[in-house]
Each structure stands twice: as structure tokens, then as C-alpha cells.
Write a protein that binds this ligand. Structure first.
Ligand code: ADP
Ligand code: MG
Length: 230
């Protein structure tokens, strides 16, 4: 229900970009685990939401006009007190207004701070020749510099997901290295199939970016998400 409401509202507003909050609500409804993320439109509201969510928290600018939030000074992580949240709220507003003076800023996305894990990216693009394809790769420098990613045409099944997680060059990083925990690849495969099922059942999606997803020994969580409609 949430998904249908968000999509129809965006279309009514003639908007193709969804906010991180909307994107995570949609992905959560598709069964994909995301950090709890809610909108605060004032500094006071941000503080009271943090009390509910529990510290540490992350604050991020919420604006359809700012898609690379860090570049705008719009992300503050590991906030541990009311005072830190108040300062982060003000700092985000100041730097984002300076970075994008015409941006329509609805507030901040208040979210639980995920503990560090193996950084993964997952997503979907609507390819001109192949139609919707899903993508899997390692996050951070590896994906940006080496483009170490795998693709499959939607819909995918469990076996496709197994191939996607084993054919990347850096797959050893998923198995744990230098004392780091291995990533729960079963969970990542399950997320890929759920992403594919969602895309297959939902026309009109142009692009989905889950970057990063943190993978743990047990489970994984989406900490940033972006959805673009056709
Ligand atoms: P951007 O729009 O710049 O991609 P992100 O939401 O990805 O912004 O945030 C930038 C970085 O901050 C992420 O790559 C991640 O390392 C960290 N981060 C963001 N949200 C969280 C969170 N909820 N918990 C932990 N770390 C986070
Ligand atoms: Mg991101």
C-alpha cells in the first residue's frame, strides 16, 4: 500500500526522483532490510525522533534536488546526543543552502546508525536494449575504480543471484579477509531476488541505487537508497 501511495503521489507532483525516505519505505515493503529512516522538518522534531530511534543516529538532508548528499555537506554520522543532533541539523541546513541555493529542502532524514560492515552496492537500471537489469558489486573504491560489478536481466532466480555474488573479481572480500567477518551472502542473494521481484512487479521504475548496503556475518542492511521513476 505504501508503495502505491508513494508512486502515485510522486506522479501527481510530476516528480521522477524519490527521496531516500520514500525509497527506503518502498524497499522495506518489498522485504529488503533498511535502516529505520524518518523525516524531521525542524530541529526539535529531529531531537524527539532521535530519542525514539535511539542513539547513535545519522542525519541527512532530505531534498529531491540534492542527490549526492555528502557532496553538499548533507550527511552527519555517529551523532550521540541531543546537542550533537541540534548542531548537525543546523550545519546540514547551512551547508546545503550554500551548496544548492534553489534546492527545495523538506527537512532531514533521521536514521539509526548502522554498525560498519562489508560495503556492497546493489541496484537496478532500465537498459535500452535489455529492459530492467539488476546489479551487484562491492562498494567503495572497488566499485568506483574497478567497476567490479555483475548484471542480470530481470527476473532473476536464486541461481542467478548465486552467480552474481560469485562472478565478481573481489568475491574473496565477501568471504572475510584480514580478520574481517565474512558477509552473509545468503542474505545478499535473497535481497537481489527480492529486488528483482519488486522491479518485475512494478512498472515505471527507471533506476534503483542501494549504495551502500552493509553486510554482516548475519544479515545486511541498506543505509542509502535512491529510486528514479521513468
Ligand atoms: P550520499 O548521498 O552522499 O551517497 P549516503 O547516504 O550514502 O550519502 O551517506 C554517505 C556515507 O555515510 C555512506 O556511504 C555511509 O558510509 C555513511 N552512512 C550513511 N547513512 C548511514 C547509516 N544510517 N548508518 C551508518 N553509516 C551511514
Ligand atoms: Mg550513498
Amino acid at each position: 500500500m505504501t508503495t502505491a501511495r508513494i508512486l502515485s503521489q510522486a506522479r501527481e507532483e510530476k516528480r521522477t526522483v524519490l527521496t531516500e525516505i520514500e525509497a527506503k519505505q518502498i524497499l522495506a515493503e518489498a522485504g529488503i532490510n533498511c535502516t529505520e529512516t524518518v523525516l524531521a522538518t525542524s530541529r526539535e522534531e529531529a531531537v524527539s525522533l532521535c530519542d525514539r530511534i535511539g542513539y547513535p543516529v545519522v542525519l541527512k538532508v532530505s531534498s529531491v534536488d540534492i542527490s549526492h548528499k555528502s557532496d553538499a555537506g548533507g550527511v552527519k554520522v555517529n551523532l550521540n546526543s541531543k546537542e550533537e543532533v541540534e548542531k548537525a541539523f543546523d550545519d546540514i541546513m547551512t551547508s546545503c543552502r550554500a551548496y544548492a541555493p534553489d534546492a527545495d529542502i523538506e527537512g532531514v532524514a533521521v536514521q539509526s546508525m548502522a554498525k560498519p560492515g562489508t560495503e556492497i552496492i546493489m541496484g537496478m537500471i532500465n537498459d535500452a536494449s535489455f529492459g530492467p537489469v539488476v546489479m551487484f558489486g562491492l562498494g567503495g573504491v572497488l566499485v568506483e575504480v574497478l567497476k567490479d560489478v555483475s548484471f542480470r536481466i530481470v527476473p532473476i532466480d536464486k541461481n542467478d543471484a548465486i552467480e552474481m555474488t560469485t562472478e565478481i573479481q573481489g568475491k574473496k572480500l565477501l568471504e572475510g579477509y584480514r580478520g574481517q567477518d565474512p558477509a552473509d551472502v545468503e542474505c545478499l542473494r535473497d535481497m537481489l531476488v527480492k529486488l528483482s521481484d519488486f522491479v518485475d512487479a512494478t512498472p515505471g521504475i527507471e533506476e534503483i541505487d542501494m549504495n551502500p548496503v552493509f553486510a554482516y556475518k548475519d544479515g545486511a542492511v541498506v543505509v542509502d537508497a535512491r529510486i528514479i521513476l521513468s
